[in-house]
Each structure stands twice: as structure tokens, then as C-alpha cells.
Design a protein around this ligand. Structure first.
Ligand SMILES: [Zn+2]
Length: 170
């Protein structure tokens, strides 16, 4: 029963349990459904990671299961920097997509020259409207995402889920 109550709040609380799976905007993160599940396992430990090719050295983001540079499947998981600077940003104060509270803040981030991940369009949370400015420092943060039951072979399973964003460094 507790599982069903949990299922009713997936992603889009306004729908009150309707279209549970179809309206879920977050990835299936468990091993049975996702070949980059280590990315989410690492998130749960507070680590920001991606895949690096052991053959040619190319680091890709988002992580994948083959190297986009040489097509090798010989990859390893490496950590990425957790702090970035805001290059520019947008704040959606009204009409944010369903499931996202206002303001929905998206920022173009720069991680500097000494990292394979130079830039990223990231979501900013824990931030009030008008608080974030260009040039401000932000840090990586992990937050919980609602789960819902999924059928895996003959069992019904609920996988805990998380996702990442960035927040202002106070
Ligand atoms: Zn490669």
C-alpha cells in the first residue's frame, strides 16, 4: 500500500496518479533498464561521473556505452568537477513545464580549461528568483526523484531514483 501511495506522486503531482509511467520525465535508473546505471549509482554516493575511453582517451558527457570518438566499448568511469561558473542564465518565472516549480532556472556553465567537461547547460535549484548572476559560482547537488513500481520479469520492483542539478555556492 505504501508503494502505491508513492506511485501517485511521480513527476507530475498535478495529475494525481493519472498516466503514471507515460508522464514520468525521469530515466529508469536501475540495472535492468539502463546500461549507464553506474552513473546513477554514483550520483547516489554524491559523485558526478562520466565515461572515458580506455583506448583513445576521449571523455564523453553524457556518459554512454560506446566511445563516440572511436566506437570502442572499453570504457571506464571517471569523476567530473563539481564546481562551475555561470556564463549566462534564464529564469522561467511562469509557465514552467509541468512537474517543475517556478522559477525554473537553467544556466550555461563553464568548468574551466583543466577538465574534459568544459561546458554544460545545467538546472539550478535551491535558488530564489533574481539571486543568481553571471560569473557566480555554483556547485553540483543531487536530489531525490519519485519512483514508481516497474515489472522486472515476474517481480514488481521499486528503484530509488536521484538526479543532479547545481546550486549557488553561498
Ligand atoms: Zn575512444
Amino acid at each position: 500500500m505504501a508503494d502505491l501511495q508513492k506511485a501517485e506522486i511521480v513527476g507530475t503531482p498535478a495529475l494525481e496518479g493519472t498516466y503514471i509511467g507515460e508522464m514520468d520525465m525521469w530515466p529508469f535508473e536501475c540495472q535492468e533498464f539502463n546500461r549507464i546505471y553506474p552513473f546513477y549509482d554514483n550520483l547516489k554516493e554524491g559523485k558526478f561521473t562520466t565515461t572515458k575511453c580506455k583506448d583513445c582517451g576521449y571523455t564523453a558527457f553524457p556518459p554512454g556505452v560506446i566511445c563516440p570518438s572511436c566506437w570502442s566499448e572499453n570504457l571506464e568511469w571517471v569523476e567530473l568537477p563539481k564546481k562551475a561558473k555561470v556564463v549566462c542564465l534564464t529564469e522561467t518565472q511562469a509557465g514552467a513545464p509541468i512537474g517543475f516549480p517556478s522559477p525554473l532556472i537553467m544556466a550555461w556553465l563553464t568548468f574551466g580549461e583543466d577538465t574534459p567537461l568544459k561546458h554544460l547547460l545545467g538546472r539550478i535549484i535551491n535558488c530564489k528568483e533574481g539571486e543568481l548572476k553571471e560569473g557566480d559560482e555554483v556547485q553540483f547537488v543531487v536530489f531525490d526523484v519519485p519512483s514508481h513500481p516497474i515489472d522486472v520479469k515476474r517481480e514488481t520492483k521499486i528503484c530509488d531514483r536521484v538526479f543532479y542539478a547545481f546550486e549557488p555556492v553561498k
